[in-house]
Design a protein around this ligand. Structure first.
Ligand SMILES: NC(=O)c1ccc[n+]([C@@H]2O[C@H](COP(=O)([O-])OP(=O)(O)OC[C@H]3O[C@@H](n4cnc5c(N)ncnc54)[C@H](O)[C@@H]3O)[C@@H](O)[C@H]2O)c1
Length: 299
């Protein structure tokens, strides 16, 4: 493994499990000392142990990124124990229950914005000060493709991620004189099952994978590899960028038609004959009416 982060100190928020955990391991393997800034003490301690087991120098500091007090204390402790801070990955994030806009609750909205957006701003403010003392650093913010497209009922999450995209360019410009680069990754669908505590089996269907032009759903390792590149000196000319890492899913034009539905049936059932039959039924209004009659009689 490339040791391009040797001597660097990296804070990863929400590193207990999921994408943040994969990022913590990747940065550690590349030579960084790692601070696991995690709200859940069990997950945080577990991750610290796993990193130690791999020979990574790591500490867990319990932190709610939405709390200014917690973030200030976490950065101070990181700087004290490791001598400074060079890298921050703002990964901690939460969602809200999916509800229609009319039924959304202010407390859910506030928590999502507080953790995802305010947490990113707070950690950047305090860690950025430490980086400035060292003459520079790198911040990576984890947004989402949901900053650019939505399912119904996801306003708090989408707004928080859109905010992170804007915060990225604002901070990139503000922190340029301090030689701190700020970039953003917008992941698409990333299956975190294997990075959960305890690890789980993924349970993805062929259709889940196939709807990605890259042919598969993402893995936390995909995001970790990109993060490691962005915080390394190899990315020294990249700041203020938003990089979509989604296997091409948001680039695919989708027209729902009979053929798409038939392909979905073929993929789900593995039965091309059934798929062609469904396509024939959809294409033929007379056949559809006949079948409706039959279904009506049967029920
Ligand atoms: N998994 C995906 O498909 C996907 C897609 C796009 C973006 N993202 C983003 O990637 C990031 C990680 O997602 P994930 O799927 O790995 O999530 P996850 O739920 O598996 O892990 C999130 C971690 O953050 C911790 N955390 C939660 N609130 C915190 C807080 N206030 N302070 C500190 N730590 C906190 C959790 O305890 C947990 O360990 C999030 O920002 C998420 O929005 C995920």
């Amino acid at each position: 493994m490339n040791r391009r982060l040797l001597g660097k100190v990296a804070i990863v928020t929400g590193a207990g499990e999921g994408i943040g955990a994969a990022i913590a391991h990747r940065l550690g393997r590349e030579g960084a000392r790692v601070v696991v800034a995690e709200i859940d003490p069990e997950k945080g301690r577990y991750r610290e142990q796993m990193l130690h087991r791999e020979g990574v120098e790591a500490i867990f500091i319990q932190t709610d990124v939405a709390s200014e007090e917690d973030v200030e204390a976490m950065v101070a402790e990181a700087a004290e124990r490791f001598g400074g801070v060079d890298i921050l990955v703002n990964n901690a994030g939460v969602g809200a229950p999916r509800r229609h806009l009319f039924d959304q609750r202010l407390e859910d909205w506030r928590r999502v914005i507080d953790v995802n957006l305010t947490g990113t701003w707070l950690a950047s403010k305090y860690a950025g000060r430490e980086m400035a003392k060292r003459g520079g650093g790198a911040i990576v913010n984890i947004a989402s493709t949901r900053a650019f497209q939505s399912e119904p009922g996801t306003e708090p999450y989408s707004a928080s991620k859109g905010g992170i995209v804007a915060l990225t360019h604002a901070m990139a410009v503000t922190l340029a004189p301090q030689r701190i680069r700020v970039n953003c990754i917008a992941p698409g669908w990333v299956d975190t099952s294997e990075w959960k505590i305890p690890p789980r089996r993924a349970g993805l269907t062929r259709l889940d994978h196939l709807q990605h032009p890259a042919g598969r759903v993402g893995r936390p390792e995909d995001i970790a590899a990109l993060t490691a590149f962005l915080v390394s000196d190899e990315a020294s000319w990249i700041t203020g960028a938003v990089i979509v890492a989604d296997g091409g899913m948001t680039r695919r034009m989708i027209y729902l038609d009979d053929e798409v539905i038939a392909d979905a049936v073929a993929t789900l059932t593995g039965d091309p004959g059934l798929a062609r039959l469904v396509e024939r039924i959809l294409e033929d209004p007379e056949l559809r009416e006949k079948l409706k009659g039959l279904v009506g009689e049967a029920s």
